[in-house]
Design a binder for this molecule. Structure first.
Ligand code: PEP
Ligand code: MG
Length: 573
């Protein structure tokens, strides 16, 4: 019988396939004890399972090749790190020894204990680390019973599961799996990010998926709306075929825009920069005619490892980015590490009550000046190979920027003295993501060469709504009159002082919002290359003078509905 199961779209695209239901790695294990004389055997059994899991991950990693090897490999490395985590392993040993529990029950207790800690952290980024941990624990558990843990995927199937680990996705796709539907998960998880770059449709948070879908059911998955139709009827199938045709036409049309300028109908050029996370992204950005890299988040170099990356290591990464853009500017954001990210280097303060409001971004950098200066030196050295811009995250005001400028000058002098070649001028910019900095932009506009609005954080701080808390629903949304007024304010101050204002938060990559941002005066967008052509199309379809004439009305909108009405009217011209 036909049924419609709602979820959240996490990676776009439609797919039709047979369901393959994978029941959760739930460790539904009853409390079981062993005798004192069985402890050593039980410990050995556990350690063998851990070793087998480790071997399995090594062999999975060895099988990866091509562009995915790096991206997926990093997730596998993270899983391998978790496997070596003394807290996890020692805790298990302790439970078996002191509690005389079976290895299975010890795994369950340890899992629940860690889940409680992660839950208490109240941060979706860290919560998605729990997914990684669950995955690792699930694999160990399977090995305790000598079961294969690889997900058997068959061409034409839709995997339906409680969750999916990033490390599985590429393999599933290679096996021909056409979409993934998960009961839990968030559109901000690593899996979601990876699914988007693999163009694999993914629906998350489809709460009824495990109860409502049986193995072999035919599923129609919509990765945009999050809707899953179980056993679609003829009408659904017709609409699906129409959607496929539309998508193919859209792709062909978008493909034609590769070498076209990002220019409005009335001839105004808009700069489209790329948010790049890897050299593959840089290559794509280059091929799509991006103005440059508008955001490279360097904290990725610091995550998933215990030692800090040294100057030479960082320099090589930054230099390769710069070479990849062959002459177009690359904006390197200095470390935005804090307790909200899975920091293992020990830099971030681990037990902050409220890490989003804690020592992160430039605050952390200035608390560890030796680390910060190492990074500045590495970036400056890369500037010998092409234009580089430095972007500072989480700036609250002028004092921090003056301090950064001072350190930057010092690093430049040192490098020159040591005989390094560096560019004569490296632009320094600030992320506008702390509301007070946005309001008081006039106070530091003279000490920056450019700014980039980080709406992901700006919106959460402005609305007091955690960007990762799904329970807040539409409360976390840029479509709020307060957000629009603040954006307008920042853009106006920049224009007044001839300081370029870009936007690099997710909002900039949403082509449906482009008319609104153009009306507010934004002329520089930075977004993932995957959606660059869509945004270019939206810009080419826009008439700037018309949008400008509607700007006052937009700023008068009193609520989300008013903003949506404005958008609808502006898009239908
Ligand atoms: C932002 O806050 O909008 C941003 C681009 O930075 P991040 O998502 O890395 O915090
Ligand atoms: Mg941010």
């Amino acid at each position: 019988m036909r049924a419609l199961l709602p979820g959240h779209g996490a990676s776009r695209g439609s797919a039709l396939g047979r369901a393959r239901v994978r029941l959760p790695h739930v460790l539904d294990v009853a409390e079981q004890h062993i005798r004192q004389d069985q402890i050593d055997d039980e410990l050995a059994r556990l350690h063998e399972a851990v070793d087998a899991t480790r071997r399995e991950m090594h062999s999975l990693r060895a099988r990866l090749h091509g562009a995915l090897a790096k991206e997926v490999g990093e997730f596998l490395d993270l899983h391998a790190l978790l496997l070596d985590d003394p807290e996890l392993l020692h805790g298990l040993d302790q439970l078996i020894r002191a509690g005389r529990y079976t290895a299975d029950y010890a795994l369950r207790l340890q899992r629940d204990r860690l889940a409680a800690v992660f839950d208490g952290m109240d941060d979706a980024y860290l919560k998605s680390r729990m997914d990684d941990l669950d995955h690792v624990i699930g694999r160990i558990h399977a090995h305790l019973h000598q079961r294969a843990t690889d997900t058997p995927g068959v061409a034409g199937e839709v995997l339906v599961s409680d969750n999916v680990a990033p490390s599985e996705l590429a393999e599933l796709q290679q096996q021909g799996v056409v979409a993934v539907v998960t009961a839990a998960g968030s559109a901000l998880s690593h899996s979601a990010i990876l699914a988007r770059s693999l163009h694999l449709p993914l629906v998350v948070g489809n709460a009824q998926a495990l109860q409502g879908i049986n193995d072999g059911d035919v599923l129609l998955v919509d990765g945009s709306t999050g809707e899953v139709v179980v056993n679609p009827d003829p009408g659904d199938l017709r609409r699906y075929r129409e959607r496929l045709r539309d998508a193919a036409r859209e792709q062909r049309e978008l493909g034609r825009l590769r070498s076209k300028p990002s220019r409005t109908r009335d001839g105004v050029d808009v700069a489209l920069w790329a948010n790049a996370e890897s050299l593959e992204d840089v290559a794509k950005a280059h091929a799509l005619g991006a103005a440059g890299v508008g955001l490279y988040r360097t904290e990725f170099l610091f995550l998933r490892r215990r030692e800090l990356p040294g100057e030479d290591e960082q320099f090589q990464v930054y230099r390769d980015l710069v070479l990849g853009m062959s002459g177009r500017p690359v904006t390197i954001r200095t470390l935005d590490l804090g307790a909200d990210k899975a920091d293992r280097t020990g830099l971030a303060i681990g037990d902050e009550d409220n890490p989003a409001l804690g020592v992160r971004g430039v605050r952390l950098a200035l608390a560890h000046v030796e680390v910060f200066e190492t990074q500045l030196r590495a970036i400056l050295r890369a500037s010998a190979y092409g234009p580089v811009r430095i972007l500072v995250p989480m700036v609250s005001g002028r004092e921090e920027l003056l301090e950064v400028r001072r350190r930057l000058r010092r690093a430049g002098l040192q490098l020159r003295k040591q005989g390094h070649e560096i560019a004569g001028h490296v632009e320094l910019g600030a992320m506008i993501e702390v509301p007070a900095a946005a309001i008081a932009f006039h106070g530091f506009v003279d000490v920056v060469d450019f700014v980039s609005i980080g709406t992901n954080d700006l919106v959460q701080y402005l609305l007091a709504a955690d960007r990762n808390n799904e329970a807040l629903g539409e409360l976390y949304s840029p479509l709020h009159p307060g957000v629009l007024r603040l954006l307008r304010h920042v853009i106006s101050i920049g224009a007044e002082h001839k300081v370029p204002v870009a936007m690099c938060g997710e909002m900039a990559g949403d082509a449906t919002l482009a008319p609104m941002l153009l009306a507010l005066g934004l002329r520089e967008f930075s977004l993932h290359p995957a959606t660059l052509l869509e945004l270019r199309k939206a810009i080419r379809d826009s008439d700037l003078s018309d949008l400008q004439s509607r700007a006052a009305k937009l700023l008068q909108a009193r609520d989300r509905a008013g903003i949506e009405r404005w958008l609808k009217a502006a898009t239908s011209i």
